[in-house]
Ligand binder design. Structure first.
Ligand SMILES: [Zn+2]
Length: 64
């Protein structure tokens, strides 16, 4: 079963959903907002389908 996580674009800061299958395949990510492509490790913020923050390098607390 495919699952989805949320990734934040390092270019425009928008968050968008991405399939974990693409992640595991090692593809670069494409931002649907600004069309930027970037390696997975460039994303400042990644949230799994269960809502766990996998990575948060934004340095800003969001008060969730
Ligand atoms: Zn973007």
């Amino acid at each position: 079963m495919a699952s989805i996580f949320t990734v934040e674009c390092p270019s425009c800061g928008q968050s968008f959903p991405c399939h974990t299958e693409l992640w595991q395949a090692g593809y670069d990510l494409l931002c649907p907002f600004c069309q930027a492509t970037f390696p997975q490790e460039r994303s400042p913020r990644i949230v799994s389908a269960t809502g766990d923050v996998v990575r948060n390098d934004t340095g800003a607390a969001e008060g969730m």
